[in-house]
Design a protein around this ligand. Sequence first.
Ligand code: 13P
Length: 340
Amino acid sequence: MEKMALESNAAAMVAPGKGILAADESSGTIKKRFDKIKLESTSESRRAYRDLLFTAPGAEKYISGVILFDETLRQKSSDGRPFPELLASRGILPGIKVDAGAKPLAGFPGETITEGLDGLRERLAEYRGLGARFAKWRAVIDIGAGIPTRYAIEGNAEALARYAALCQEAAIVPIVEPEVLMDGDHSIERCEEVTDRVLTTVFNALFMQRVHLEGIVLKPNMVIAGKKCAVQATPQQVADATLRCLRRRVPTAVPGIAFLSGGQSEAEATLHLSLMNRAGALPWQLSFSYGRALQKSTIDAWRGEVSNVAAAQRTFLRRARLNGLARNGSYDAAMEQVAA
Ligand code: 13P
């Protein structure tokens, strides 16, 4: 019974034509986004911005779920309804980021371990009561000289699996997010090698900790060259390398894979997803769980002004619709000009 509820929510999160909006920026991260439009980050400006996203007319056609930050899960829409209730009334699953961030890993310069396991069982019970039906935990793996180390990968995989098991115990679908960063100057081949090892280690830990794979959603990075690498791969090369890696390492019991955007532009993230979904029959749903790649143009259109809310909502809907098209491979880069 419990397994069936996990499976049906996981399937709903990766329903065809839709994807997940990652709006779970921590207070520090949303401040960085607001700094760019010279807007002060206050509890009310953060609420107003999330309200804009969650009330955008028509968004439920393309958005299956939204990942919230603790503060947002407890806030209300302008009509007085708590955000989780508003989202659920639109057929959008509310989710919650539960990790406490990536912290320096003692003894391993340049590497991090994601914290947040202490008290997680109790927090999950509370979040479930507040309406959360899925959760997210992000592990961060950086590529550089001599890193990642084997221990950093294993330590992060253990924590991800521990979190996933606790979520399933609480009838919450875990989004398992091992992110290999695209910040360095590494090649796409190096990214593939590291992503390969990370996914293998993560699925091994999920197996050891008895996680029910049919009731998770995997949120990986795409296989892509580092931003500072002199040789950038073509979109088709990114799509091919990513699919090759996932086919090798992700069991077909997993219902869906929802990519993070990780610093790709909005158009790049949409194009890569569309190319992968054009590759023919795949064993899992291939979807999106974008933060920046769903919100960048929306924040720019809003700029913190009430008078821009309707235009910003249209911008958000357009981005969501283009990613919805990428879900079955029918997005084309030329649509960026037309739709604008
Ligand atoms: P980006 O798509 O901006 O990488 O954010 C997704 C996310 O949730 C990172 O944890």
